[in-house]
Design a protein around this ligand. Structure first.
Ligand code: SAH
Length: 356
């Protein structure tokens, strides 16, 4: 076991089993040994590749989506453009380049990048050094971002937020926890007491013994906040991630290192941990915040309706490069086209946003 694994084991030895959410937070965000503190995760040399790293068209279309939503709401003044988890800053760079087509929006923007990793903050600063709009960084989405019209984009951010798992047993739904076995290694166990029936969502009735469901309270709380700010000050959010649209059963927590699946508990901090996003729950949270949510729609369908095919043809003509491969990776069902989905959050009074 690596040093972070030993530290987590010692913590469990002292205080008892921890939730999967606590384990994820330590494995991903520990300041010294956590995954994001020690890795540059994205790209061919990293552990996974994301849509903006596949094609410039992704960030361009999302940037123009935000500008259209701004336009449809009567061009509110002092818009704040927030990206959650900007990775290398590629999506934001592509979005801001496309937004030169909408100078009135672009020139009034303040950009905030919400990022915990200092290595990725440096990468973002480097990618965005010449964009010519004011940039700042924040550790989390907090009330300082809540006083103006909010235009927010998040790609593959919500899948990195901590989840909890519950397993159906003969005695009811029991939380799956992380503990240590007799040899001191990390292992999954079930909490001895079942959840009180009143806390189990009705949609979970009827699951067979062994069924699993996941909850992501941090992600839901964040969506509720976003819904609240957008309701109060106007704006729009576009959330893209891999996940499911209806409440589902099944465990989706996964570890990935060097583009391969790895074991979740072995060597915490050495692999990226993520889980499928429950869009149904995020949508409900945004509505609790007072906003209207659209979608989720599948990424392929969403990008096609925003004009990705035409954009690819245009780029291919201008640069004599063939963008069919990039287009296929983003939109085809056997690539990212259906597993990935887009969810929009806008005020109740706003028209239906593009692509929904
Ligand atoms: N959006 C980028 C990167 C996705 S990877 C892209 O599409 O390429 C996830 C990103 O979220 C990374 O930048 C990671 O450092 C950041 N991140 C993960 N958890 C976070 C948290 N709790 N708070 C802020 N940033 C977080």
């Amino acid at each position: 076991m690596n040093p972070l694994g030993r530290r987590i084991a010692a913590l469990i030895g002292a205080q008892g089993p921890i939730s999967i959410a606590e384990f994820m937070t330590l494995a991903l965000h520990d300041r010294e040994c956590g995954y994001y503190a020690t890795h540059d995760p994205i790209g061919s040399g990293g552990d996974f590749i994301t849509a903006p790293e596949i094609s410039q068209m992704f960030g361009e279309l999302l940037g123009l989506w935000l500008a259209q939503v701004w336009h449809d709401q009567g061009k509110p003044r002092q818009p704040l453009l927030v990206e959650l988890g900007p990775g290398r800053g590629t999506l934001m760079a592509d979005a801001l380049r496309a937004l030169t087509l909408m100078p009135q929006f672009r020139e009034s923007l303040d950009v905030v990048l919400v990022e915990t990793s200092s290595a990725l903050r440096r990468a973002q600063a480097e990618t965005l050094r010449d964009v010519g709009v004011p940039l700042r960084w924040a550790e989390s989405f907090d009330s300082s971002l809540a006083d103006r019209p909010l235009f927010l984009v998040a790609n593959e951010f919500f899948d990195a937020l901590p989840i909890r798992q519950y397993v159906k047993t003969e005695r009811g739904w029991c939380e799956r926890m992380v503990s240590i076995d007799q040899s001191g290694a990390l292992t999954f166990v079930l909490a001895p007491t079942a959840l009180p029936a009143a806390l189990v969502p009705a949609s979970r009735d009827g699951a067979p013994v062994g069924g699993v469901y996941e909850t992501a309270s941090a992600g839901e709380a964040l969506c509720e906040d976003i819904g609240h700010v957008i309701t109060r000050h106007g704006g729009g959010a576009i959330i893209v991630d891999y996940g499911y649209g209806l409440p589902g059963f099944g465990e989706t927590l996964q570890a990935v290192a060097s583009h391969r699946f790895a074991d979740v508990l072995t060597n915490p901090g050495a692999s990226d941990l993520s889980a499928h996003v429950d869009f149904h729950a995020l949508r409900a949270a945004a509505v609790r915040g007072g906003a209207t949510a659209f979608g989720p729609v599948e990424q392929g369908e969403f990008l096609v309706s925003l004009g990705i095919v035409e954009r690819a043809e245009r780029l291919s003509r201008n640069h004599l490069q063939n963008l069919t491969l990039e287009l296929d990776r983003l939109t085809k069902a056997d690539e990212m086209g259906t597993l990935f989905k887009a969810l929009a959050i806008v005020p109740k009074s706003a028209p239906t946003p593009p692509g929904f």
